[in-house]
Design a protein around this ligand. Sequence first.
Ligand SMILES: [Zn+2]
Ligand SMILES: [Zn+2]
Length: 85
Amino acid sequence: MEDSGDFWERRRHAATLRYRLCPSCFRAVPASSSERYCINDGTWLLEFCPLCNSGIANPYARYCATCGLEFATLEQPSRASEARV
Ligand SMILES: [Zn+2]
Ligand SMILES: [Zn+2]
């Protein structure tokens, strides 16, 4: 049995883990999830910073770690406003 390769494979996976983030309520889901919209408010989940295209590596991020963009200020073509009417 040889499991050292599996160890490094898992470490590499953890280092590249990305999240999708709701800019409205800051709910985060793993990027591997099939969710595309927030289940709380129907907002399109961010997977990359719209300004610099950095991936979102921290599920608690409220600002882009690379360019400092505040995600909450983003105006998005959201389905939420339509759904609430
Ligand atoms: Zn949300
Ligand atoms: Zn950014």
